[in-house]
Design a protein around this ligand. Sequence first.
Ligand SMILES: *Cc1c(COP(=O)(O)O)cnc(C)c1O
Length: 472
Amino acid sequence: MKYISTRGDRTERRFCEILLEGLAPDGGLYLPVSYPKVDAATLARWRGLSYAELAFEILSLYIDDIPPLDLKRLAEKTYTAEVFGTEAIVPLRPLEPGLCLESLSNGPTLAFKDMAMQLLGNLFEYELGRRGEQLNILGATSGDTGSAAEYAMRGKAGVRVFMLSPHGRMSPFQQAQMFSLQDENIHNLAVEGVFDDCQDIVKAVSNDLEFKRAYRIGTVNSINWARLLAQVVYYFAGYFQATKSNDEQVSFTVPSGNFGNVCAGHVARMMGLPVKHLVVATNENNVLEEFFRTGSYRVRGSAETWETSSPSMDISKASNFERFVFDLLGRDGARTKALFGEAIARDGVFTLSADEFARIPAYGFQSGRSTHADRLATIRATHAGQGVLIDTHTADGVKVARELREPGVPMIVLETALPAKFEATIAEALGADVHAPRPAALADLESRPKRFQVVPADTAVIQQYVRDHVPL
Ligand SMILES: *Cc1c(COP(=O)(O)O)cnc(C)c1O
């Protein structure tokens, strides 16, 4: 399988060439030249596989520059009951007739980003080892992504992580999760500033090309194709658990922000998985819901980006969205470039033609929106009615799923985080004496010794810190 850009550069690259890259050189995102189609016999065979075996089968269709035995070993090393809590890795939990949750948040940081990031850590270590190279990951985080990256890269040979976070602005749980890591290759830099300051520093360092090259600076952002590919696997795993035979259809509801998770569902559907609808659930930051309702994609400014109680969905633009639009436009790179590279860059908005907009139903997409009041009501109703405690992001999904499900089509809501991460909102919904259960291994998390460095919001200081910790 080869990979091309969404903006018209048709240079074909292999998987390991794009593994450590971000954007394509023309500013587009990488996608496979085509989606491998899975036939009935293959689906029937996959139904009986373990999660790691299924992951290996799907990865093999997209990766031909890692020997199969090595790839198999990487999948087996990643998806273990030890790391993800159960043999099923992503078990389904029934919520009510016709509606269930797929648990994607039993990894080390209790959020679904572990599903992909854990594989990425192993792929990076493998590929860097093979090349005899090193990579220094520089990132900015306000919560989930940073900790998922650190837990994936901790102790990995050839990789260091320098993670910037806004000093004193993360929840105590999130801060303890990152700062309690004692691994030599993990550097927590608490920046005296806000999240935007952290992001600006990462951008400034990435634009210093000489520094970037000399210190082999890379990132692990959500546009990485390998992350998206790893997420395709749990759509298949969820389907096999929810159905008895491969003639049945299911729908998925996906709490969405950067469109990475639901884009993996789109890829699974393009491969032939019998998915009726992919429901995009947003919070008050409804960039995507507005697009699927109106055909206009309108990037928001910071004054229009709300801080909500489902913070991992608080986005001003959806960085993976261009991948779906490229497919919707019949893979017309010039048109995709006109929309994302030109209209968005110039006006912050584009609107599809009526003909383009009319194609969306064929791709199965639907969307809905949820608010803080909806989250509280959904958490309450689900706790009282089904005795199940869900987190705020999953609540956005359940709210929208209940509105859009259809009789006869099982609806699978992706559970993207555990409620233990969002204690304040759980208390607001259910009262202070209801406590979200925490995995036993994390009981003493906040009291563990912390390893971090407070730094000013100054690019030069961060660069000096990197110089001091990377042997040339
Ligand atoms: C990242 C995240 C999301 C949004 O996923 P995208 O791939 O950005 O759409 C939803 N819920 C949680 C808990 C997350 O961490």
